[in-house]
Write a protein that binds this ligand. Structure first.
Ligand code: PXG
Length: 474
């Protein structure tokens, strides 16, 4: 149950928002010109409510995270209980709390104990910072200190900290703050619709994997520490690689003895119809980063799960001097644990795999005949619609990759659906509790919004850019 909305003074909150609050990844001047951000006041199930009285179907599960939907009393109760019993204790003083141990054990079991050791942090970015430091420390401890280089992909998203941005491949983020830091190399992304339509998808997948091998040979295999990738790129535009890609990536990593790291921050916890995105794409990583769906966003928590082989080496290296105040936070861990129990109890992974995922794929396929739709794609409950000016050639509005996505996204929001617009793509990632009817509503709103934007897009009006990753073309 969602508590009744409080009697907020929305106009005053918007004024104070402009005066004092700096939002994430935004153009502050744009927010000022808008007179402040939309104030989201409360939410239930798959819907968010704003201060203007709009009820919006949340096709983004918050920010790719509210897997079990909003308004779960059970999680509020668990948090309150844990706060009363023990609101905080750290994992620095040879100490730990029961929820942290139990959650680590649960995460290990979700990997079938293939990745039995778990390190906690508070965000996806911190998880990837942990990956970065742990991998380099591993190789040094193992006696191969030269192995320091990470290979990642253009248009990957791995977070907003210095290591996260650097591992990521968002050009607009690199341009701010002289990033990436040294020792990170980016290779092409497996984005068939944009970069490979002149090739058979399977051959394109192999070619993209070969780019990794070429890069390894260029750097020198003995200097490469790890390859990191999202099984499906989320913020980059829900890029689902051809099925040949990941197995070939794994083969190449194994051939050169390079660690394989999957960033499961979006793909984990059932999103793609399996517990892990790496299962969906068919590889066995040495390390995974997770966040978002770990707690369904109810509290900030992230984790890195690590193989026995890596931890055995770390055990020979003394202190690994890495960790955060909130590593293994007991309240966040207790909430995450119960969140996972709910996912299991309600069989949301199986439902995504067998029911709602295929239903979304079918519903999206029904959009494919739209004159402005170049491609639809999905895996489980993550999907994308490519917006094109010319269906036959795939040409974009304005003649080059642009911003049709944010334009159509704005229309979707006005029509009662929250989605993301990334360049010329509409992406969706609804809560895993979404129903068939809500999926139908989502697709109907996207169709209607495409129709409504058709004239504007054909007239070539420049739509506003109001979102950093929307701009991230690299
Ligand atoms: N890895 C992946 C794959 C992510 O999607 C992070 C790491 C970083 O997590 P934190 O918790 O530090 O934000 C993410 C986060 C977007 C968007 O534009 C996506 C994310 C964050 C902000 C915006 O869709 N994903």
């Amino acid at each position: 149950m969602t508590s009744a909305p409080r009697n907020y003074d929305i106009a005053e909150l918007r004024r104070l928002d402009v005066a004092h609050h700096l939002p994430a990844q935004q153009d502050y001047k744009l927010i000022e010109d808008m007179g402040g951000s939309r104030i989201v006041t409360h939410a239930d199930g798959c819907y968010i409510h704003d201060g203007d009285g709009n009820r919006i179907l949340d096709g983004m599960a918050g920010l790719w995270c509210v897997t079990i939907g909003y308004g779960r009393d059970e999680l509020a109760d668990v948090a309150a209980e844990q706060m009363r019993e023990l609101p905080f204790y750290n994992t620095f003083f040879k100490t730990v709390t029961p929820p942290a141990v139990m959650l680590a054990t649960k995460i290990s079991s979700l990997t079938n104990d293939r990745l039995p050791h778990v390190f906690f942090n508070a965000s996806g970015s911190e998880a990837n910072d942990t990956v970065f430091r742990m991998v380099r420390h591993y190789w040094k401890t193992k006696g191969e200190p030269e192995r320091t280089v990470f290979i990642s992909r253009h248009n990957a998203y791995h977070g907003s900290t210095v290591a996260g941005v650097s591992l990521g491949g968002m050009k607009s983020m690199h341009e701010q703050g002289n990033l990436p830091i040294p020792g990170i190399e980016h290779v092409r992304q497996p984005y068939w619709f944009n970069e490979g339509r002149d090739m058979d998808p399977d051959a394109f997948g192999i070619a993209c994997a070969e780019a990794i091998e070429d890069k390894i040979l260029e750097i020198g295999a003995d200097k490469v520490a790890a390859f990191i990738g999202e099984p499906i790129q989320g913020a980059g535009g829900v890029i689902i690689p051809p099925k040949t890609y990941w197995p070939e990536v794994e083969r190449i990593c194994r051939k050169y003895g390079i660690l394989l790291v999957c960033d499961e921050v979006i793909c984990g916890f059932g999103r793609t119809g399996n517990w892990w995105g790496h299962e969906t794409v068919g590889v066995k990583p040495d390390m995974i980063a997770m966040a978002k769906g770990l707690s369904s966003g109810y509290l900030p928590i992230s984790a890195v799960a690590v193989s026995k082989e890596i931890v055995d080496v770390l055990k020979t290296g003394g202190d690994f001097v890495h960790g955060f105040t909130y590593s293994g936070h007991p309240v966040a861990a207790a909430v995450a644990l119960r969140n996972i129990e709910i996912i299991q109890r309600e069989q949301l992974v199986e439902r995504t795999r067998d029911d709602t995922g295929p239903y979304l794929a079918k519903a999206l396929a029904g959009l494919a005949d739209h004159p402005m739709v170049g491609e639809v794609r999905s895996a489980g409950l993550i999907g994308a619609v490519e917006i094109v000016a010319d269906k036959a050639t795939g040409a974009r509005f304005g003649g080059a990759e642009g911003t049709a996505g944010p334009t159509v996204r704005d229309a979707c929001i006005a029509n009662g659906l929250m989605v993301r617009g990334i360049r010329d793509t509409i992406v969706m990632c609804p809560p895993l509790i979404i129903t068939h009817q809500q999926i139908d509503d989502m697709i109907a709103i996207i169709r209607r919004s495409l129709d409504e934007c058709s004239a504007e897009l054909r007239a070539g009006e420049a739509p506003p850019h109001d979102d950093t990753t929307d701009r991230a073309i690299s």
